[in-house]
Structure formats: structure tokens, C-alpha cells
Design a protein around this ligand. Structure first.
Ligand code: NAP
Length: 284
């Protein structure tokens, strides 16, 4: 069976080029650019790299980018001050709180104060509620990137059996709702699920968003199905996903690589969300 690689890197590149064009055209007419602020608390090395990548990606498409790095010992109210300042700043259209924050910072309090119109990670209760209600709103970037990648490769979703492995607030749960909205039949598998393999083997599309190397084995999938690997696991200086790629790829019809799959799509959707937030504020 010929397996198609769902290339997130290439797709994200096209999305970024499309956005850059729209941003330049808009700037030419209005002299305004979308502004994205990324807030990092502490000096976690992986988070610093993510923040730097987001900064680079947003400036490359012509956005105004701001990085705010607060010391590790910042209190919840000190972080809130920054969020309130960005909420009020008309040149900032998107605010991203880089997660995780240090344990003494209450992320739920931060999210409660973040202006939902600038919530480009789609994590506030307002945007989660809009997703639940099936209404337009800012959607979390990783699930949005997964749907966008499947759409761009014209993978049918309506009527299909989808299994999402993982039920986090960031990925699994919102993704399941987004698949339902697209008329898929969705099952969520998590750490307490009995006999997960029996469930995934029935699926047309399996999404693994767990963080366990080689969790999804060849005998977990139906031949010809589509496999999306969201996992990021650091091993021997490299990155691998949750799917045993070399054994699964030959039997499925489509699969995302790690790296080069959902990671670049997530950043592209952050930019797309910032563009939407900007348009909602200043108009098109
Ligand atoms: P998370 O908050 O740790 O959630 C992991 C989920 O996996 C939980 O729902 C957990 O179930 C479930 N799980 C754990 N062990 C399992 C098992 N043996 N079988 C089935 N389910 C199991 O992680 P996350 O934020 O959703 O991220 C998941 C993975 O995606 C991580 O590797 C992360 O690095 C990666 N990620 C990648 C991107 C990207 O851009 N590519 C973006 C975000 C996340 P319980 O709820 O029962 O504990």
C-alpha cells in the first residue's frame, strides 16, 4: 500500500506565505499590522525555544512581535499585571501565555483575566464555551492545525470513525469537539481506558496526543487508516512521536511525521488566529 505523508512542514509554509501576503496587502492599505505578544514565566529551556520560534515565525509573516519574559519567581498577580497591560494595548491583537507556568503561578486565574478576543491559544472559558456550542471563536492551535492539515490533504471527516488518544484541555478534548462539529463519530481514549487497542483498531482516523514513545503499534490500527501523531518525546537528542512510525507507516494510508507534522501546523495556526483576532478588531 502506498502511504501518503501528511507533510505539516510544507503545509505550514504555504499557510505562512498566504498569511504574509494578506498582512502585506492590509498594511499597504491601512498602515496597521497584527501584533502578537508571547508571555513566558521562568527560564525553562524548551519553553524559551518555543517562544523564540513563535517570535521568528510571527515577524517573518510581517506581524509585530513582542516577547515578555518574566522571572521564575513572579507571582500570579505580577503575571496578571502584564496580562492586563496587554489586554489594554491596542497594538496587541493576540496574547499567548506560554505553558507550562511555574507551579506557584495559577494559570486558571491568568486565563480568567485574559481578554477572550486576544486569546489566540483558544484556552479561555469563553473560547472553550464557544467551541462547545459550535459557534465561531478562537480555537486551540494544535487541534486547529490537525483539522487544517487533514483538510488540506482532503481527508474526509464526515461520517468517519475517529479515535483521539488523550483528553487534555490543550489537545484531546477540543480536538474531539472539532471532529464532532465536522460530523465525525468520535471516541476518546485515555489512561484509564480498558483495551484501547480494540477501540483504535476500528477507527478510520487515529490521533495520538499522549506523550508516550511507541504507544501506537501496528496492531493498534486498521489497515488503510489515517494516523496523526501529535506526541513530542525527546529521545537521544532527537524528537519522536507516540506512534511506532516505521511499523505503522507501511499499513496505514496516511501518516504525519514527527518532527515535521503537527508541530509546524501549531505555529501556523497561532499566526492564523492572531490574524483573525486582528481582523475582528480592526476589520478587513
Ligand atoms: P497531557 O496534558 O499530558 O495529556 C496526555 C493525555 O494522554 C492525558 O489525557 C492522559 O490520560 C493520556 N494518556 C496518558 N497515558 C496514556 C496511555 N497509556 N494510554 C492512553 N492515554 C494516555 O499532554 P498534552 O498537552 O495533551 O500533549 C500530548 C502530547 O502532545 C505530548 O507529547 C506533547 O508534547 C504533545 N504536544 C504537541 C504539540 C505540537 O505542536 N506538536 C502541541 C501540544 C502537545 P489521563 O487524562 O487519563 O491522564
Amino acid at each position: 500500500m502506498q502511504t501518503e505523508l501528511l507533510d505539516g512542514k510544507l503545509t505550514a509554509q504555504s499557510i505562512r506565505q498566504e498569511l504574509a501576503k494578506k498582512i502585506e496587502e492590509h498594511y499597504y492599505r491601512t498602515n496597521l499590522r497584527p501584533g502578537l505578544a508571547v508571555v513566558l514565566v521562568g527560564d525553562d529551556p524548551a519553553s524559551k525555544i518555543y517562544v523564540r520560534n513563535k517570535h521568528r515565525a510571527s515577524t517573518q509573516v510581517g506581524m509585530e512581535s513582542r516577547q515578555i519574559i518574566l522571572p521564575d519567581h513572579s507571582t500570579t498577580s505580577q503575571v496578571l499585571e502584564t496580562i492586563e497591560m496587554l489586554n489594554q494595548d491596542p497594538s496587541v491583537h493576540g496574547i499567548l501565555m506560554q505553558l507550562p507556568v511555574p507551579p506557584h503561578v495559577d494559570v486558571q486565574v491568568i486565563l480568567r483575566h485574559l481578554d477572550p478576543r486576544k486569546d489566540v491559544d483558544g484556552l479561555t472559558a469563553t473560547n472553550m464555551g464557544l467551541l462547545m456550542a459550535g459557534q465561531p471563536g478562537l480555537r486551540p492551535c494544535t487541534p486547529l492545525g490537525i483539522i487544517e492539515l487533514l483538510d488540506r490533504y482532503q481527508v474526509p471527516l464526515a461520517g468517519k470513525r475517529v479515535v483521539v488518544i488523550g483528553r487534555s484541555q490543550l489537545v484531546g478534548r477540543p480536538l474531539a469537539l472539532m471532529f464532532i462539529q465536522r460530523d465525525a463519530t468520535v471516541t476518546i481514549v485515555h489512561s484509564k481506558t480498558e483495551a484501547p487497542r480494540e477501540i483504535t483498531r476500528d477507527a478510520d482516523i487515529v490521533v495520538a496526543a499522549v506523550g508516550r514513545v511507541n504507544l501506537v503499534q501496528r496492531d493498534w490500527i486498521k489497515p488503510g487508516s489515517t494516523i496523526v501523531d501529535v506526541g513530542i518525546n525527546r529521545v537521544d537528542g532527537g524528537i519522536v512521536g507516540d506512534v511506532d512510525f516505521s511499523n505503522v507507516a507501511p499499513v496505514c494510508s496516511r501518516i504525519t511525521p514527527v518532527p515535521g507534522g503537527i508541530g509546524p501546523m501549531t505555529i501556523a495556526m497561532l499566526l492564523a488566529n492572531t490574524w483573525h483576532a486582528f481582523q475582528e478588531t480592526v476589520g478587513s
